[in-house]
Design a binder for this molecule. Structure first.
Ligand code: ACM
Length: 275
């Protein structure tokens, strides 16, 4: 009986590590499907794919970005994600998104065959500033199968406010598509998890693209800051773990210190107002 109760509390979450091919929509669909098929075989319930999984990363012109961008929720790449998510699964993937007017570095979420939400990346990294409109709205938190998920994208790791907002909005698990270039993020996400007492699943890409190298090492971290899944750099594939998201509801870092309740926002004006 105990085992049964425990099993129901558990969610199987996976990170997929892949190498998108720059500007090759159809090859990226094939490479994505390889991961999706593995995830089906492994009964994964929640799958995180890297940033810009439909397009590759190192663009050279606005025209390139516009040509490869997909529409949410009915673009070709999105339809594949939606289809995979049927039968009680949920997926988030980084998407080069066009809304017909602007292009965004987005993360799109589908669950149970339906569109759930989109996050448009707020903190654009380096040359991304040349290609994408920055997101103008708070990162989303949504409920799926009774658990609460938040979304951020790659370089948002360097802005602790983003993970904090997700935690304050109730996220138990941060879904984090990434295309990591700098070497700090995997460690930084350990800190984001400790300081917010949340899980985080970072799905990174690998390989070299037009002179940029990406670092792999996709990972899942628990609210105590332990790396419970890691995919070695250079490997394409998927790793999963069964987690109990409710572990993230306990915000006590010692028996007397609650990382959310014990904040002193009346002393933090500098954090929220430009000076
Ligand atoms: C990054 O935000 N893709 C480095």
């Amino acid at each position: 009986m105990n085992n049964l109760i425990m099993w129901r509390d558990m969610t199987r979450i996976a990170v997929g590590q892949m190498q998108p091919k720059i500007l090759d929509k159809h090859e990226n669909i094939l490479r994505t499907k390889e991961i999706l098929d593995k995830a089906l075989e492994e009964d994964v319930e929640v799958l995180v794919l890297p940033e810009l999984a439909n397009s590759g990363y190192a663009f050279h012109s606005n025209l390139e970005v516009r040509l490869i961008a997909d529409e949410i929720p009915d673009g070709e790449y999105c339809r594949i994600l939606a289809e995979w998510s049927e039968n009680s699964r949920m997926i988030v993937a980084g998407l080069c998104e066009s809304d017909g007017k602007h292009v965004y570095n987005s993360a799109v979420v589908f669950g149970n065959g339906e569109y759930i939400t989109t996050y448009k990346k707020i903190n654009l990294f380096n040359r991304e500033l040349d290609w994408f409109e920055p997101g103008q709205t708070e990162p989303p938190v949504f409920t799926f199968a009774g658990n609460r998920y938040g979304v951020m994208i790659c370089f948002d790791w360097a802005f602790p406010e983003i993970a904090r907002i997700l935690a304050l909005k109730g996220a138990q698990i941060i879904l984090h598509p990434a295309n990591l270039v700098l070497p700090y993020c995997q460690n930084a996400m350990v800190t984001r998890c400790i300081e917010n007492r949340v899980f985080a699943a970072t799905a990174n890409r690998i390989g070299e693209e037009r002179g940029l190298n990406f670092s792999g090492m996709s990972q899942i971290v628990n609210p105590s800051g332990e790396v419970i899944v890691r995919i070695p750099d250079g490997e394409i594939g998927l790793r999963y773990v069964d987690i109990n998201p409710q572990k993230a509801d306990n915000k006590m870092i010692t028996e007397r210190n609650d990382v959310i309740r014990d904040r002193t926002p009346e002393l933090y004006d500098r954090l929220v107002f430009r000076r």
